[in-house]
Write a protein that binds this ligand. Sequence first.
Ligand SMILES: [Zn+2]
Length: 100
Amino acid sequence: MSSYYRLKCPKCQGPMKVRASTQHHIFLRVMYLQCQYVPCSWAVKADFQMTHELAPSGKENPAVSLPIAPHAIRAQAERDNRETANTNQLDLLDAQEASA
Ligand SMILES: [Zn+2]
């Protein structure tokens, strides 16, 4: 199984690669990214955090819960999903490989 992140460097719009990542909490993963455009090579720390539930799990686990997303967050997620589906980004990076 592999997963992909579409990350563009804010400095130069080049592709960003996840160089390493660590799980700090069940809802928080800290990542260290680096721009793959060599003349830029910007390196940053980033947090990937699960914050709200958009839809219930088919396998409920009472030990794992997040606040239910309010309408404004669900509506924004719908808009972002439509926008992402219409975007053809070329900078897909294998996060599994990067975190190995
Ligand atoms: Zn860059």
